[in-house]
Design a protein around this ligand. Structure first.
Ligand code: UDP
Length: 194
C-alpha cells in the first residue's frame, strides 16, 4: 500500500472502494481494522501527542482526511491523490453493515445528539443492528464501557469524541475490545443528528 508521511505521521493513499473491499477480511478473522482520520490538525499537533502517533503508525487504514493533506502530498510528489472524508467513510461502513445485516455500536457526542443520530441512522438503514449508543459525557468508567461494548460484540464501533480524545481512547482500548472494525468519527454524530 502506498503511503506518505507528514511530521512523522503515516497516511495511506487509499480510496473508499479499497477500504470497503477490505471489510470482509476483518469481519471473518480475528484481525482488527482501525480506520483513523489523519487531518491537518493531527499532523500539525503530532509532536504533542506521541501516543497518538504510535497508535496511527499501528493502525491498518490511515485515511487522508482533508484537502490540505492531498495538496501537500501532491506538492511534494507524494502518492495521495484523493481525499477520504471520515463522515463519507462512516456512511459507506453503515451502508455495508445495513446491506449485510451487521451490527454497530456508537460512542460519543452529547446525549440528545447521539439519541437523534441513532433515530436518523436507523430510519435510513433499517437492516442495521444498532447494538448500543453511549454519549461522550457518560459517567461510566472506561472499564465499564469496554465491558458494555464487549457484552454486545458489535462488528463496527464508531467513536466520536473529537481530537485528541477519540484517538487516545482508541489507543488505550482497541486491544481490549471484541470488535472487528473501528473508526474515529469526530463530529459525525452531530451531522447525523440534524
Ligand atoms: N465530544 C464528546 N465528549 C467530550 C468532548 C467532545 O463526546 O468530552 C464530542 C462532541 O459532542 C462532538 C464531537 O465530540 O460530537 C466533536 O467535538 P469537537 O467539535 O469539540 O471536536 P473536533 O470536531 O474539533 O475534533
Amino acid at each position: 500500500m502506498k503511503q506518505d508521511t507528514m511530521m512523522g505521521v503515516p497516511i495511506d493513499a487509499l480510496t473508499y472502494e479499497e477500504i470497503v473491499k477490505d471489510i470482509p477480511e476483518y469481519l471473518e478473522t480475528d484481525k482488527k481494522m482501525t480506520a483513523i482520520s489523519v487531518n491537518p490538525q493531527i499532523v500539525t499537533e503530532a509532536r504533542k501527542y506521541p501516543e497518538i502517533v504510535s497508535f496511527i503508525k499501528e493502525s491498518t487504514h490511515r485515511i487522508p482526511d482533508g484537502i490540505g493533506i492531498v495538496m501537500v502530498s501532491k506538492l511534494t510528489k507524494g502518492p495521495i491523490k484523493t481525499r477520504v472524508a471520515g463522515i463519507e467513510l462512516m456512511t459507506k461502513f453503515l451502508a455495508y453493515a445495513n446491506e449485510h445485516k451487521r451490527s454497530v455500536f456508537f460512542y460519543g457526542a452529547k446525549p440528545e445528539v447521539i439519541k437523534d443520530a441513532v433515530k436518523n441512522i436507523q430510519n435510513q438503514y433499517p437492516d442495521l443492528h444498532i447494538k448500543g449508543a453511549v454519549d461522550g459525557y457518560t459517567k461510566l468508567t472506561e472499564e465499564e464501557l469496554v465491558d458494555q461494548i464487549n457484552d454486545q460484540q458489535p462488528d463496527f464501533l464508531f467513536v466520536g469524541l473529537g481530537f485528541p480524545r477519540q484517538e487516545q481512547w482508541l489507543a488505550r482500548n482497541v486491544d481490549k475490545l471484541n470488535v472487528s472494525i473501528f473508526q474515529d468519527v469526530g463530529g459525525s454524530f452531530d451531522v447525523f443528528s440534524g
